[in-house]
Every structure is written in C-alpha cells, then in structure tokens.
Design a protein around this ligand. Structure first.
Ligand code: G3H
Ligand code: 13P
Ligand code: ZN
Length: 332
C-alpha cells in the first residue's frame, strides 16, 4: 500500500472547493507518455496552475501502471525543480470501470479515482460507486462518479446518443454514494468528432458550428446541489488550426469538431470545476509531428520530432489554463 501523500500528491477536495468559490476550473489532462507529462508540468509550473493528471485504463495498458505512477511522482519533483514551490498535483484514474481497478489505483498511490458506472442501470451505478467510495475514503482518496451518458466512445461502450444527466437523480445519487464530484452529460462527448455534421450549422467559411451545450440542465443540477463539484468530460475544443495542419501534411480528419472555448469558459465560471482534455493534446502532438516529417523527411532522431510536439502541447496547455479555465496563479 502506497499513500499518495508520501508521493507529494494531493486529492481533489481543497482544489475543487477553491475552484468553485473562485469561478474557475481545474484542468484534467490525460497523459500516456513522457512528452505529454513534461509539457503539462512545464505549463502548470510556469502558470502556477493546479492540475489533475489523468490515467485511463488504456494508458495503464499502454505505458504500464507502475511506470505511470513513478512518472507522476517524478512530476512533483520536476515541478519543484522548475521553481514551482508548492505544486498542487492530483493523480487520477480516468473512467475506472470496476471496483478492482479503482482499488488497485488507490493501493498504488493515486489520490483520486473515477468510477464510471454511467452505462449501468441506476441502482447498480449507485451500488458500485458507493463501494468504491467506501474503500477510497479510508485512504483519503477522492472519488468522481458519473450520471448520464456521453455520446461517442465511453470506455469500450459505444453510446450512439447522449443521455443528458437527469437533474432529478443527482441528490439521491450523491447522497447514497458519498462521491466527492459528479461527471455529468450536457452535450459534450469524447474524441475529435463530437457532433455529426448534420447536428451543426456552417459559418461563412464553411466550418462546422456545433450546437450549444445544455446549460439549462447544468443550471438545474447546480440548483439541486449547490456548491457540489461538477465535472465535464469530453471538453476538447478540437482547434481548427491543428486539424488543418494535420490535413495539410497528409492526415485525414474531415469535419472534426469540438466544444467552442467560449462555452467552456462559461462552464468554468459555474460549479463545473474539472474540465477533461485529452484529444486536443493528441491533435497538438500529431500536427507537430506530421509537419516535421513533411518538412524534414531526412529526420529520424525522435527528439527532433517529439521536441516540437512537446512545445506545441505546452502551448496548448498554457492557452487552456490562461484563456479558458482561468486556473493560472491558483497554486502559488
Ligand atoms: O475519456 C477517454 C480519454 O480520452 C482516454 O482515452 O481510453 O483512449 O486512453 P483512452
Ligand atoms: P476529449 O476527448 O474531449 O479530450 O475528452 C477527454 C476526456 O473526457 C477524458 O476523460
Ligand atoms: Zn472522459
């Protein structure tokens, strides 16, 4: 049993309380490799932004769970080396799908876990989430639950349509489970294709303009759970310039579309205090690598293409922190 406290990590409790009161959101960035982690820590250390490092089940399989855990521990030391005196870093399991997976993360030093029972019948979601909470809370580890289903790929479950969170269920769910935060569905979804072209309109340049998020559902949830931390998954904005670069240099991402940043800014000012971003990092990395490969076909030193990829991701993370979530300067 390793306690996250011995690794210099923190749980989400205080971080979320401050974010709700301060009208900003904490970035939750997924990582699978060293360059992503370096870029996240460089951006957060420079901006003094609290951060949630997210590890998915797939990331654990890809990069090895033990290695990822040591990388997170290393991230705290690296942050200090960069001059960030009091780094506020959470290591979080993203989309945990079983009690055993959540327990294994708690036992190996994660400070926060998500149990995603959103595809289960309501009562089973309650029972599973409660079981994880009971275990995690013994070690001061915070737990995120989820109600409502996001469209697109949610773990290995394909949800063709999204089912918005039902505001009438949230009090019962939070009370019965004791979870510390709640992920909700108000129209976001995972990946780079968040809306089908037929769900969007087109602007003068022919670019897709997605439908707005269901802020009325969010407002109803906030009214039922005043001051309770709400989480938005699937919040990449799929920057058009990255998509254009990818397509220009041989990629094929037609009609990729994300959540407009003004909507995320609006959400960050509400009870939404954790905003999940993964796809934008993948796009920033891919765009930079494709560009390098196209412009320097003789290059075969990975540092020469992963370096620019890291720089581009750092730029993206910094932009999100400063211009979208407003978390800069919140962890001095
Ligand atoms: O919500 C999903 C995250 O983007 C993680 O994706 O399961 O492919 O690692 P992944
Ligand atoms: P995006 O695919 O929009 O980046 O969402 C990531 C996410 O929700 C991770 O849990
Ligand atoms: Zn997610």
């Amino acid at each position: 049993m390793i306690s996250y406290k011995d690794l210099g990590l923190v749980n989400t409790k205080e971080m979320f309380a401050k974010a709700i009161n301060g009208g900003y959101a904490i970035p939750a960035f997924n990582f699978n490799n060293m360059e992503q982690l370096q870029a996240i820590i460089m951006a957060c250390a420079e901006q003094k932004s609290p951060v949630i490092l997210q590890v998915s089940k797939g990331a654990r399989q890809y990069a090895n769970q033990t290695l990822l855990r040591y990388m997170a521990e290393g991230a705290v030391a690296y942050a200090k080396e960069l001059g960030w005196e009091h780094p506020q870093i959470v290591l979080h399991l993203d989309h945990g799908d079983s009690f055993e997976l959540c327990k294994s993360c708690v036992d190996m030093g994660f400070s926060s876990v998500m149990i995603d029972g959103s595809s289960l019948p309501y009562d089973e979601n309650v029972a599973l989430t409660k079981k994880v909470v009971e275990y995690a809370h013994k070690y001061d580890v915070t737990v995120e639950g989820e109600l409502g289903v996001l469209a697109g790929v949610e773990d290995e479950v394909q949800a063709e349509e999204s089912h918005y969170t039902k505001p009438e269920e949230v009090i019962d769910f939070v009370t019965k489970t004791g979870c510390d935060s709640l992920a909700i569905s108000i129209g976001t979804s995972h990946g780079a294709y968040k809306f089908k072209p037929e769900q969007c309109t087109r602007n003068a340049e022919g670019k897709l303009v997605p439908p707005p998020l269901a802020f009325d559902v969010l407002a109803e949830i906030e009214k039922k759970l005043p001051g309770f931390p709400i989480v938005l998954h699937g919040s990449s904005s799929v920057p058009q310039e990255e998509v254009d670069t990818i397509n220009k240099y041989g990629g094929k991402l037609p009609d990729a579309v994300g959540i407009p940043e003004e909507q995320l800014r609006k959400a960050a000012k509400s009870a939404v205090c954790k905003i999940n971003i993964d796809s934008d990092s993948r796009l920033a990395m891919t765009a930079a690598i494709r560009k390098t490969f196209a412009e320097k076909p003789g290059e075969f030193d990975p540092r020469k293409y992963l370096g620019p990829a890291r720089d581009n991701m750092k730029k993206m993370y910094t932009h999100k922190i400063v211009n979208v979530l407003g978390s800069n300067g919140k962890a001095e």
